[in-house]
Design a protein around this ligand. Structure first.
Ligand SMILES: NC(=O)c1ccc[n+]([C@@H]2O[C@H](COP(=O)([O-])OP(=O)(O)OC[C@H]3O[C@@H](n4cnc5c(N)ncnc54)[C@H](O)[C@@H]3O)[C@@H](O)[C@H]2O)c1
Length: 268
């Protein structure tokens, strides 16, 4: 127990984070870097959008990757191994969601939902995670093991409360079903791999997150916060500790678990 303060140390660890250029990914990268990790960002966005975070940061590298493509993932992962020599942590963070401003209300109704939205969401949020685990997790299982963190949402566990999209009694949007359905699929997937790779020293856990403040319309923030026992939306920093915990040896006996961080929302 002497070095218990080092439980969260990631000094000799390497991490791949998918969707690392998004709102939450950028926060996780800063936190992981501050604990000493070397980080590979796998994101579909162009490199110029990653320029800021990559400036003078030899321990962070960007690999433009489409996680729905086996070839793209393979190319990026080979380059990552060339650069970092090994992989310890995979964070399956990339996902597609359709927030209110993306669609008009008629298109968001279940009866009208375009099957292209269903397919695209499943392609990124489910198949993308499957391919990342097969290629990157498979490498971990053949070598010295590792930790896989699958990122889910409260909407993988409960249905969205459509009343939070209501302003002055009028519904402005229906949260479409594919997002929650893909996030739900991750629980079975995580439990499967946790048991499948348990003896290979690959731990697979899921992090279930509540809504993050991102300058959403005032009516939405108000309605959402009413649903949260702690009375507020999350900030990116609220989730960094859990990511570091799951990445580090602090969680060494944890696999197949679901860690929920939601300000208490799922208690109601
Ligand atoms: N923001 C929230 O309120 C919230 C709440 C609960 C759970 N989550 C989950 O947290 C994770 C991150 O959310 P976020 O808000 O940062 O999302 P975001 O939209 O800001 O970022 C997602 C990133 O994924 C990338 N991406 C999309 N398709 C890709 C593909 N095919 N290949 C590679 N990269 C791809 C995008 O370029 C983007 O950088 C997601 O899994 C999301 O479901 C977010």
């Amino acid at each position: 127990m002497k070095d218990s303060c080092n439980f969260f140390n990631l000094n000799d660890k390497t991490v791949i984070i998918t969707g690392g250029l998004g709102q939450l990914g950028l926060g996780y990268i800063k936190a992981l870097q501050s604990c000493g990790a070397g980080i590979g960002i796998f994101d579909i966005k162009r490199e110029c959008e990653a320029a800021d975070i990559l400036k003078k940061q030899p321990d962070i590298k960007y690999y433009q990757t489409d996680i729905t493509s086996r070839d793209s993932l393979r190319t990026s992962f080979d380059a990552f191994i060339q650069d970092f020599k090994k992989i310890d942590v995979l964070i399956n963070n990339a996902a597609l969601d359709f927030p209110p401003e993306c669609l008009n209300i008629k298109d968001t109704m279940f009866e009208n939902l375009d099957d292209k939205i269903w397919d695209k969401t499943f392609e990124v949020n489910s198949k993308g995670v499957f391919l990342c685990c097969q290629i990157i997790g498979g490498h971990m299982a053949r070598n010295t093991g590792g930790s896989i963190i699958n990122i889910s949402s409260i909407y993988g566990m409960v249905s969205p409360d459509q009343r939070i999209y209501q302003k002055d009694g009028e519904i402005l949007f229906y949260k479409p079903v594919p997002y929650g359905a893909t996030k739900s699929s991750l629980y079975a997937f995580t439990r499967y791999l946790a048991t499948y790779w348990a003896k290979k020293n690959v731990r697979v856990n899921i992090l279930t997150l509540g809504g993050v403040f991102n300058n959403q319309p005032e009516y939405f923030v108000h309605n959402y916060c009413e649903r949260v026992p702690m009375g507020r939306m999350a900030n990116v920093d609220d989730y960094c500790g859990a990511v570091i915990f799951l990445a580090s040896r602090a969680s060494s006996y944890m696999t197949g678990s679901n860690l929920i961080i939601d300000g208490g929302l799922l208690c109601w």
